[in-house]
Structures are given as C-alpha cells and as structure tokens.
Design a protein around this ligand. Structure first.
Ligand SMILES: NC(=O)CC[C@H](N)C(=O)O
Length: 363
C-alpha cells in the first residue's frame, strides 16, 4: 500500500505504508540517534509529533518490554528510510509493525529521510500530515489546515497520584510527560517516588511532605502549562527543585525568564554541552523545540550553568538564592550516553544539605 506525507510548505513525499491505516496530523521533527528507536517512540515528549528517524534501517531490533519510556506511545506518525518488518534480535518480543498497529500509529517507509531532515533544518520545523490510506493530495491539503492541539501535557500526564515506595528520600515527580528513566534513576538512589499529575496544587504537594521535587520532561510549548508555572512559583525556596527538559523551561518561566521556539530544535543523542563551572564537555541526548532565552534571564535570580556547543543556547540553569537547578538535556539518557547521570547525585546532595539546614533552623 502506498503512503503519503504532505508538508506545510507543499512538499509531497510518497512511500510504502506500515503500521496503522489512517491519516494523522502532527509537527514533523527528526531524530539523529543511531540507536534507541523504541525509547524515542515511547517518550511522551514526542506527543503529537511525526517523527523522522535519520538512521536508515528501523525495526530490525523489534520491540521489548524493558526499553519502553512510557506505557505506549503518543507520536502521530513515523517516517523512515528502510523498514525491517521481521526483527532479528535476542531481546525482541514483538515486531515494530505489530506494536505500531496496537498503538494506532501510521508509518511511511522509503522516504529520503536525510533530505527531509535537511529541509526541516533549513526551513524550520513544520506541520505535516501522513496518510496510509487511499487519500488524495487535495484532501490532505485541506486536512493540513486543522490547527494542532496545544494541551499536550494533559494528554500524557498521570491521572492520579501514585507512589513507588522506598526508604530513601521522598521525591515528588511532577509529571508533565515523564519518561520512565527519571523514576529509574531516582529508584537507583533509594528514593521513594510520588508521581503527581501536572496540575496538582502546591498545597497538595506540601501535604505529601517531599524532600525534593523533580520537574519532568514533557511535550509542547512550556507557555501552554501556566498552572505548572504558578505551582513551581509557590514551591520555589520551600523544597529542592530539579528540572529536566520541559521542567527546565517551566522553572525558567516561573523565575521570570522567557522561552522561545527554535527554528528546528535539538534532536539527537550526541549534542555536546559545556558545563560553564568546570569547563567539562558532555555528550548529551536532547529533544526539544523550545529554548530559554538568555537575554530574558538578566533580571532574574537564575544563572546559566551549561550551554550547547553547537549554537550557544542555554542548556542548564541554577538559582542564585534557592535550592533549584535544571537542564534542558537528558541525564537519564534512554536513549543516549550516560555522561550526565551525576546530576541525579547532585540532586541527592541538594536534598541532603537542604534537610540539614532545615533541621538546624528547627532545632
Ligand atoms: N525534552 C523535553 O522535555 C521537551 C521540552 C519541550 N516540549 C520542547 O520541545 O522544547
């Protein structure tokens, strides 16, 4: 069956369909990772997006239970060069084809994904519509006019509060679309993790008596999450805060900074980042369309701690007064290098020193 992909700039691409049979609208983005397609496709930060993978062969490792980053997938389509319908890997439990059908995700293969990626890099990220049905270009053009949803965080966040019990520090994980990797890294350090929906009030979080709060990654524009920004403002200074991805952007907005959409974002597993404090360079996994505007931080109490070496944009922040820091990139990896896992240890230290200070002030 032939599949079609129509872009906002009028580009028409044809290929072979796989996965679900349907039409699906989304923002077309790319990911340059050479490995880890399952982690990418299950990452809730990609909600609503049509994901183009530049690695030319996809599907050959199949899908397994252990590499999922959420329960299911929220992507709106998958674009690949070559699709392997029969997996061959000792960990594979089912084929990517079967999994895509189960989660109702359409795919198009046989696309020149490097050309498509170059186009997005040159013209900026754009809307697109994919069809794996017999649809005319005219019908796709009409459907492409439908606006994209903006309430993405409410789609991917948990519906209720739930706890992974443990005897260590109690961390409230504000779930804006959290990858499983965040819980895994906290559990490794003995933390009890209380996952709360994105719109949980500061008062309710206070009653959970956390030692620290992790602001998760998530999809879409951080300015579409005003409730989250207001809650962070109420929590700031009262608990140690650590923001990752969308959580980093929300922390910046809560402190008076500003964010903006980048032309084509950062999408890959090997983006170099410099720690301005130590001069050390880290290879980092990144997937974001938005960035914190450096100029907007001038009248805030935030300072930039990390920058992207490719374009100089902000990749990390620290609060000058309160126990709060954040990174735009992903210390939990999945997929990508584990160079930055020490940031979770930094969060543990921050919770410990904050608890000691609090203990002293109550003594
Ligand atoms: N990595 C993330 O959490 C993504 C943050 C945000 N949705 C962006 O695209 O910039």
């Amino acid at each position: 069956m032939r599949a079609k992909l129509l872009l906002e700039d009028g580009t028409r691409l044809t290929g072979v369909s796989f996965g679900a049979e349907k039409k699906s609208l989304g923002e077309v983005v790319f990911h340059t990772g050479m490995t880890g397609y399952q982690e990418i496709l299950t990452n809730p930060s990609f909600c609503g997006q049509i994901v183009t993978l530049t690695n030319p062969l996809i599907g050959n490792c199949g899908i397994n239970r252990k590499d999922a980053e959420s329960q299911g997938s929220f992507i709106h389509g998958l674009v690949v060069r070559e699709f392997a319908s029969v997996p061959s890997h000792w960990r594979s439990e089912k084929s990517l084809e079967r999994w895509l059908k189960e989660y109702d995700i359409p795919g198009i293969a046989g696309v020149d994904t490097r050309m498509l990626t170059r186009k997005i890099r040159m013209e900026g990220s754009m809307k697109g519509i994919i069809s794996t049905q017999d649809t005319s270009w005219e019908e796709l053009e009409e459907r492409l006019g439908v606006p994209l949803r903006e309430d993405l965080v409410s789609i991917v966040s948990s519906r209720s509060i739930h706890t992974s019990p443990n005897y260590g520090k109690r961390v409230v994980l504000m779930d804006f679309g959290a990858k499983y990797g965040l819980q895994r890294d906290l559990a490794k350090r003995g933390c009890e993790v209380v996952v709360v929906p994105w719109n949980t009030s500061a008062e309710k979080i206070h009653r959970l008596d956390p030692d620290g709060i992790l602001l998760s990654n998530g999809p879409g524009d951080p300015k579409n999450v005003p409730e989250g920004i207001q809650t962070i403002q109420k929590l700031l200074g009262h608990y140690p805060l650590f923001g990752i991805g969308l959580g980093h952007q929300l922390l910046a907005l809560a402190c008076g900074g500003d964010t903006q959409k980048m032309r084509f974002g950062h999408w890959g597993s090997n983006h170099p980042v410099k720690d301005l404090g130590t001069g050390q360079i880290y290879m980092t996994p990144q997937h974001h369309s938005y960035t914190v505007r450096e100029e907007s931080l001038q009248n805030t109490r935030l300072e930039i701690t990390h920058i992207a070496l490719n374009d100089g944009t902000c990749e990390g922040l620290s609060h000058r007064e309160f126990p709060a820091f954040s990174v735009q990139y992903h210390p939990e990896a999945a997929p990508g290098p584990w160079d930055s896992g020490h940031l979770f240890d930094q969060f543990m230290d921050l919770m410990e020193s904050f608890a000691q200070k609090e203990g002293m002030s109550h003594a």
